[in-house]
Design a protein around this ligand. Structure first.
Ligand code: ARG
Length: 293
């Protein structure tokens, strides 16, 4: 009851105004998990004693790829190399903004050789501005483009020096964020962008606060006062390792609460099963490098 009087009063429970969400077509690079297994442990998710079903990993990866294609996106595929079981995590091997590529330099020697395979893919596929970093840099594992800023994680993998290297190479403003929980060893398992920002629209992100240092959390609150805040459950199933095209959000089946939260903000959740890939600490986003511009 508004108390304005006059005429018939209808009590309406006004739903929050939800903006229309627009998908934009994306181009992704993926690598089939043909040689996927867990033979070393470089994060707390990995246990070489737990059996991995490679055939099932391939089916899960295929379903992810088909989800993107059904949503109208382009998926490029790089050949998997024997002896590089984590090469399926394409996001770790390049950060591409406006057609400029900053390659990777892995912290773990077991993954080091992946970077060169991806560098060659970029060169063969017409990317002319490809720079390999001198600092340790696990690419989109720790770099997240918001449309106006590059959020950059450090603490476990990517060296803080790689943040200024990314800023100089890509020519975009970089904001450093410190990760503090070893389960969330990469930025892309603690935060993702739901919709990119522009000169006039603020980006919308989702994140798990406990993954960040107190100072970095204050930075996130200041930059993204509107963010979707993920629960421990949704973070712990790697729910934040999600991929959004501005409307459709592809995320692990277990992340039901997060799916509900993003649906309330006008996004459309699409579930994928990543049970096998998670044994290596990876989810949908880890398998997906975005080729921007
Ligand atoms: N086993 C891989 C590693 O620890 C998983 C990488 C997941 N990728 C990602 N973008 N978070 O390096």
């Amino acid at each position: 009851p508004s108390g304005l009087g006059g005429g018939a009063t209808v009590a309406v429970d006004h739903p929050a105004v939800v903006e229309p969400r627009l998908a934009t077509p994306r181009r992704y690079l993926m690598c089939p998990p043909e040689h996927f297994t867990v033979s070393y442990a470089i994060n707390p998710w990995m246990n070489p004693e737990v059996a991995v079903d490679t055939a099932e990993a391939i089916r899960q990866w295929d379903a992810l790829r088909r989800t993107y294609e059904r949503l109208g996106h382009t998926v490029e595929v790089i050949d998997a190399e024997p002896g590089l079981p984590d090469m399926v995590f394409a996001a770790n091997s390049g950060t591409v903004v406006d057609g400029r590529v900053l390659g990777a330099r892995f912290r773990a020697p077991e993954r080091a050789a992946e970077a060169e395979h991806y560098r060659r893919w970029f060169v063969r596929n017409g990317f002319r501005d490809v720079v390999m970093p001198s600092c340790t840099n696990e690419a989109e594992g720790d770099f997240t483009w918001t449309g106006s800023l590059l959020l950059a994680g450090t603490g476990f993998r990517t060296d803080p020096g790689a943040h200024s290297e990314a800023q100089e190479t890509l020519g975009v403003p970089v904001v450093s964020l410190r990760l503090i929980d070893p389960r969330y060893y990469h930025l892309d398992v603690a935060l993702f962008v739901l919709s990119e920002g522009s000169a006039t629209v603020a980006p919308l992100v989702a994140y798990y606060p406990e993954a960040f240092s107190p100072g970095s959390l204050r930075v996130l609150r200041r930059l993204f006062p509107d963010a979707v805040i993920a629960t421990e459950h949704d973070a712990a199933c790697l729910g934040l390792n999600a991929v959004s095209d501005g409307r459709n959000v592809v995320l692990p089946i277990e992340a039901v609460g997060l799916a509900e939260q993003v649906a309330q903000r006008g996004f459309e959740p699409h579930f994928v099963d990543i049970g096998e890939l998670r044994k290596s600490g990876g989810g949908p986003k880890c398998c997906t490098m975005e080729l921007r511009g």
